[in-house]
Ligand binder design. Structure first.
Ligand code: BEZ
Ligand code: FE
Length: 290
């Protein structure tokens, strides 16, 4: 007989946990014990029919089948369950005053071009012009020279370049910038638009069944790095976006709402180097010392 006796409905979790007692890795044993306890408690509370349990297995199977080298349906599942943001929060607790993080998302590329400060990352002249400016500082207020700012965003129709190969130029709306001695950065782009997370798979079906939309409010992605400071993976959001209060992946934080000011003054338009009204977005970032 096992250490805990035979399996019964009442003792199910403890019987399974005790069977794992010889696990070689203590962390694995801890994680499996917690998962087993919570999973058995959930099953006891739900009391699924066998058909319902099989539907759950089929959902997970379809989620696996949807995965390829470039489509990770399990990450999307984690995203829409709020688990990606929870893991992000646990691993990126910042000291007071430091900028907050949010999810990386699947559309970052590691080989975006390094551009001169002020460059226009919009390579196809489509959309409403935008000037983004700010300063990278340390938590003590010192401007950070030599900070690397990696930015990427969707276009005015809500698509990233990697989703529209042959339609958008490669590396459209992406760039890497490095700050000078005053820690400031600025670049030109176009006002991004809200877009749906990939919703043609099981996760999209789940959202629809739950009466949820798949949209993320318009945002710009940033990875900010500076010598002797912690890396910041974050976004800034358009606060006026229709989906700002219901991001499909829960990535919005109050501190990440930027200001998108529409500039119509001809002098300011000329000074910024545009030929028509533009949006000006000012957003500083504060990095915590490593
Ligand atoms: C994104 O913002 O690029 C993203 C994040 C999570 C899921 C899908 C897209
Ligand atoms: Fe995004």
């Amino acid at each position: 007989m096992s250490e805990q006796g035979f399996f019964t409905e009442a003792t199910s979790a403890e019987v399974v946990i005790s069977r794992n007692a010889k696990a070689k890795d203590a962390r694995l044993a801890e994680v499996m014990a917690i998962l087993t306890r919570h999973l058995h408690a959930a099953v006891k509370e739900i009391e699924p029919t066998e058909a319902e349990w099989f539907a759950a297995i089929q959902f997970l199977t379809a989620t696996g089948h949807m995965c390829t080298d470039w489509r990770q349906e399990y990450i999307l599942l984690s995203d829409v369950l709020g688990v990606s943001m929870l893991v992000d929060a646990i691993n990126n607790r910042k000291p007071s005053g430091a900028s907050e993080s949010t999810v990386l998302g699947p559309f970052h590329v590691t080989d975006a071009p390094e551009l001169p400060m002020g460059a226009d990352i919009c390579l196809d002249q489509k959309g409403e012009p935008m000037l983004v400016r700010g300063v990278i500082r340390s938590t003590d207020g010192t401007p950070l020279a030599g900070a690397k700012i990696d930015v990427w965003q969707a276009n005015d129709e809500g698509f990233y370049d990697v989703q529209q190969k042959g339609i958008q130029p490669d590396f459209n709306l992406r760039g890497v910038f490095r700050t000078g001695p005053d820690g400031s950065y600025w670049f030109k782009a176009v006002k991004p638009k809200f877009y749906p997370i990939p919703d043609d798979g099981p996760v999209g079906k789940l959202l629809a069944a739950l009466g949820r939309h798949p949209y993320r409010p318009a945002h710009l992605h940033y990875i900010v790095e500076a010598p002797a400071h912690g890396r910041l993976v974050t976004h800034i959001f358009d606060p006026d976006d229709p989906y700002i209060g219901s991001d499909a992946v829960f990535g919005v934080k109050e501190s990440l709402l930027a200001k998108f000011d529409q500039i119509t003054d001809p002098g300011e338009i000329a000074q910024a180097g545009f030929d028509r009204p533009f949006f000006r977005v000012d957003h500083d970032f504060v990095l915590a010392p490593a």
